[in-house]
Design a protein around this ligand. Structure first.
Ligand code: ATP
Ligand code: AMO
Length: 439
């Protein structure tokens, strides 16, 4: 019998005597002798199947009783209201079909009673996903990306895709994964940066991309991946303030949509979300340095990058002042931002750039870009890069490039900070890190 309902869709009051078929995994079998409870689990919940020995075919009763946990079954029967069962109903079965038996013991516990190590869970992701809390994260991640697409589409952005096999670096700082492309050297792309800017010259005006970025980060932290998902935008005829506004509004919208559409998943995770208040506080870089130095744990000089500890100090400071976790650090020294960030005309030592921060880590970087060919070429050279490698990019600036701005947000960090997840690997189905290349 084909599936008629997910377990969460059955309401015995409206269904009446109509036969239902649910499909899923054997979550639990409780054999009490005269009565046997079989709990079937699917993506969205559980259904109790109740078999009373005296009232039911003997073969059917034995089939159910002997089911091995996590085997796959299809159960057809009638739903009856039952206050003590999950979702308030139980199924009195006519048929229980064993579709595929699971081996035992299982590679890990699925009931949530035993906390497995992250590595064990990632090695057996197929089993890990059968835990409610794991599924909840990925349902929320889906909702985040759905909301992002919806928001940006409504704001007039066109979804585009850029190549992941490329010839040049963009982000400096982090290193590249070299690959062999036929007989040439190539790299996995660190960011859609150069391509999304070229599209501005093409007149697409507002574009976004959600796609993988690859960074050969050597370090092993709880917030770095070697393959991450970046949400990127680029927009023409707007400055950095305007794209900051798009960013904060998007974050607020995404939080709101998750609260509205994924309340069950939030509950499963024990997370209570509040929509961040907009506009986010803007802390100029020089003030950020003062905040860190005033605390006195470390002494920064103007021009230093802000390390993890400094980010935390500033995050706590902002949180104390505003009660909000999200804020911007703006007006960074031009020298510590990538070559494409636009310096201020009246003070070229600082740039029209920003990071959007969560109390605990950086979530996004962005800037108004240099749209003037000669200035851009000069900046590429002054950062010690060879402009020849950027020919395909620089050409787009010679024949009518509008002023433009944009940003990139790490999807995993967005989900991680939203849910208070400790390790970024928990927000990726199959994470890639220094040690992990499989599954
Ligand atoms: P970006 O996207 O610019 O790389 P990010 O949030 O990934 O931003 P990094 O620039 O990699 O952050 O690091 C932010 C700061 O955190 C850096 O200034 C660096 O000093 C510090 N940092 C990075 N990795 C580590 C690490 N493994 N341990 C401690 N601090 C680190
Ligand atoms: P940036 O290098 O800051 O900026 O990257 C943007 C955002 O992507 C996420 N991110 C990562 N997440 C997990 N693991 C990583 N290794 C990792 N690296 C980056 C972070 C980060 O804030 N081209 C610019 C964006 C722009 O200016 O439009 C860029 O790539 O959340």
């Amino acid at each position: 019998n084909p599936r008629t309902h997910y377990t969460s869709q059955i309401n015995p009051e409206t269904i009446g005597d109509e036969k239902v078929t649910v499909c899923g995994w054997v979550h639990e079998v409780r054999d009490l002798g005269g009565i046997c409870f079989l709990v079937v689990r699917d993506r969205d919940g559980r259904a109790q199947v109740t078999l009373v020995k005296k009232k039911i075919d003997k073969e059917l009763f034995d089939t159910a009783r002997k089911l091995v946990r996590e085997s796959v079954v299809a159960v057809t029967g009638t739903a009856k209201p039952e206050g003590k069962a999950p979702n308030g109903y139980e199924i009195i079965p006519d048929e229980v079909v064993l579709l595929n038996e699971a081996e035992s013991p299982l590679p890990m516990d699925t009931t949530g009673k035993v906390d497995a190590e992250l590595d064990t869970r990632l090695d057996s992701r197929f089993i890990d996903l059968r835990r409610e809390k794991t599924t909840a994260i990925f349902k929320i991640r889906h909702e985040v990306l759905r909301a992002v697409r919806n928001f940006l589409s409504t704001e007039g952005f066109i979804e585009t895709s850029s190549p992941k096999v490329v010839a040049t670096a963009t982000e400096g700082g982090t290193s590249l994964f070299p690959i062999t492309y036929f007989d040439r050297e190539a790299f996995l792309n660190q960011s859609p940066q150069l391509f999304k800017q070229i599209l501005m010259s093409g007149g697409l005006d507002r574009v976004f991309e959600i796609g993988p970025i690859f960074r050969a980060e050597e370090h092993d932290t709880r917030r770095h991946l070697n393959e991450a998902t970046s949400i990127d935008i680029e927009a023409s005829f707007v400055d950095h303030f305007q794209v900051m506004e798009i960013l904060e509004n998007m974050i607020a919208y995404v939080y709101g949509q998750v609260i509205e559409n994924e309340s069950a998943s939030l509950e499963a995770l024990g997370v209570e979300l509040k929509v961040p208040e907009t506009p986010f506080m803007k802390v100029p870089y020089s003030e950020a340095v003062d905040i860190v130095n005033a605390k006195g744990d470390e002494m920064l000089e103007w021009g230093d990058d802000l390390g993890t500890q400094a980010e935390h100090t500033i995050g706590e400071h902002v949180f104390k002042e505003t009660g909000e976790s999200h804020y911007f650090i703006t007006d960074w020294p031009t020298e510590i931002k990538p070559f494409y960030a636009m310096p201020y005309e009246n003070d070229p030592l600082i740039s029209k750039s920003f990071d959007m921060m969560h109390r605990t880590m950086e979530l996004s970087s962005g800037a108004q870009r240099i749209h003037l060919h000669d200035m851009l070429k000069e900046r590429i050279e002054s950062q010690g890069l060879n402009p020849d490698g950027f020919d395909f990019y620089l050409r787009a600036f010679k024949y009518g490039m509008p002023p433009h701005s944009g940003w990139g947000v790490g999807c995993e960090r967005l989900v991680m900070t939203m849910l208070g997840v400790e390790n970024i690997r928990d927000t990726v189905l199959f994470p890639r890190d220094r040690r992990r290349l499989s599954p």
